[in-house]
Design a protein around this ligand. Structure first.
Ligand code: ATP
Length: 257
């Protein structure tokens, strides 16, 4: 059974379609890499599947639940780690985790115990009482990761989750995702950091201009694009290689003019 299923998923803003019919079936217990150029529609897809955006065309089911009619139950069973979230940074991480933990109906005791343990494991224990407006970007990202995972969700959506993290934290998160997968969780992972996507994903979906243009394992994609790394596959399938060189030159020309 698929844990995520979208059929004919379309989304428009003022008559302009940014998703043009996405059909996805995601099996449980895998890491799915969801990639594409800026503006391709990755975040929009994630926001629709997680029930944040509720106006769309087509059907979306998560864990067999219709996100239109059962959005609350869907939200309870998934975790979403957004990109550059509007995190309430006048709060301390402890206060923030208490707030988000309550949204998932976790008890005060569970929030306090788990929150504290996780803050320690993410190396934030000594800053646990500081307001997050004094935090670095990576430190805030760690708090978002904790808050998206603390209720032990069945599916975890990550939108550029490594942004701002240092090398040790990146290694930690990659290892954590592998272990979550081994315990049967499904990971929907969207990122621009191609070498990480290439290493951790069991399946990769590449979208461009609101459409799926490649779908398969890294080996299948390699055969399809006749290229080596995921980065070169990405460039070849989205045809940005020579265009990028040209644009870079144009930017330099404008700067020099
Ligand atoms: N609220 C909105 N109103 C109008 N257009 C929007 C809105 N949100 C997103 N879009 C448009 O939808 C398209 C897809 O955006 P989306 O954020 O899903 O892309 P993305 O693939 O996540 O990009 P990135 O890699 O830059 O994060 C873009 O053209 C964007 O301008």
């Amino acid at each position: 059974m698929s844990v995520i299923e979208t059929t004919g998923l379309k989304k428009q803003y003022a008559g302009n379609y940014v998703l043009k019919g996405i059909d996805l079936q995601v099996e449980p217990g895998m890491i799915l890499g969801y990639i594409g150029p800026n503006g391709a529609g990755k975040s929009t897809t994630i926001k629709i599947i997680t029930g944040i955006i509720d106006e769309f065309e087509g059907d979306v089911k998560v864990l067999g639940l219709d996100v239109r009619t059962e959005a609350l139950e869907v939200k309870r069973r998934i975790g979403y780690i957004p990109e550059l979230a509007a995190l309430y940074d006048t709060l301390t991480p402890v206060e923030y985790l208490k707030f988000t933990g309550k949204l998932y109906h976790l008890s005060d005791e569970v929030i306090a115990a788990k929150g504290w343990e996780l803050l320690k494991l993410f190396d934030l224990a000594d800053k646990a009482d500081a307001r997050m407006n004094t935090y670095s970007k990576g430190m805030k990202q760690k708090v978002l990761l904790i808050s998206g995972l603390m209720h032990n969700p069945e599916i975890i959506f990550l939108d550029e989750p490594l942004s701002g993290l240092d090398a040790n934290a990146v290694i930690l998160v990659k290892e954590m995702l592998q272990q979550l997968k081994q315990s049967g969780k499904t990971i929907f992972y969207s990122s621009h950091i191609m070498d990480v996507v290439e290493k951790i994903s069991d399946r990769i979906i590449l979208i461009d201009k609101g459409q799926v243009i490649a779908d398969g394992t890294i080996d299948t994609l390699r055969q399809q694009a006749q290229q080596g790394s995921l980065e070169s596959i990405f460039k070849s399938l989205t045809a940005t290689d020579s265009a990028t060189t040209h644009t870079a030159k144009e930017i330099i020309d404008v700067l020099n003019s």
